[in-house]
Design a protein around this ligand. Structure first.
Ligand SMILES: [Mg+2]
Length: 181
């Protein structure tokens, strides 16, 4: 049986942060960093307005690819593994259709029957999960792989990969280990 890899969307495939920061600063007339916006620089009222902007139906539709190598590496892995997309979309329920259409546009070779729109990734039953959020890797019951991002610096709980070339290297070594047995 083929092994399976679940892949997070935001800050693994899609560059959500850059658009979110630009949208927030444009809306509020500010020059805050991602860290300041997401780690509590805003009042509760501003936070709610911010999440309303992000929850607009089209917000996620035109996000840039985080890493141009994602296409080639996922296509290669798709030959050997079942690839699932696991996105914690319940935080932004307005994004469902845009996220689906974005995946179909950028990764047309992926099977949409394997797209999982979830909350807690504990329910994702795959062998591996590639995610930038440490808490989701803790929730997950398989092998977590931490996708390097500014927000997760310093964490050593999970193997860390740098970009999609790093993902390719990680799974090249996994296969090497399997062959040795
Ligand atoms: Mg993420």
């Amino acid at each position: 049986m083929r092994k399976s890899i679940a892949v997070d969307m935001d800050q693994v495939l899609a560059n959500f942060i850059d658009k979110a920061v630009a949208a927030s600063n444009a809306h509020f007339g500010e020059q805050l960093s991602a860290y300041e916006i997401f780690r509590g620089e805003h009042s509760e009222e501003k936070r709610q307005q911010f999440w309303q902007i992000i929850n607009e139906p089209d917000f996620f539709r035109d996000l840039a690819l985080l890493d141009e190598d994602a296409y080639d590496v996922l296509k290669e892995l798709n030959e050997t593994y079942d690839i699932y997309i696991a996105t914690a979309a319940m935080d932004v329920p307005g994004s469902f259709l845009a996220k689906y259409d974005w995946l179909r546009e950028h990764f047309p070779f992926l099977n949409p029957q394997y797209f999982i729109f979830c909350g807690n990734k504990k329910v994702v039953n795959a062998d591996y999960l590639i995610d930038d959020t440490v808490q989701q890797l803790r929730n997950f019951t398989g092998q977590g792989i931490l996708f390097d991002q500014p927000s997760n610096q310093g964490d050593t709980e999970f193997p860390r990969v740098h970009g999609w070339k790093g993902v390719r290297d990680y799974f090249a070594n996994v296969e090497a280990h399997v062959n040795v047995k």
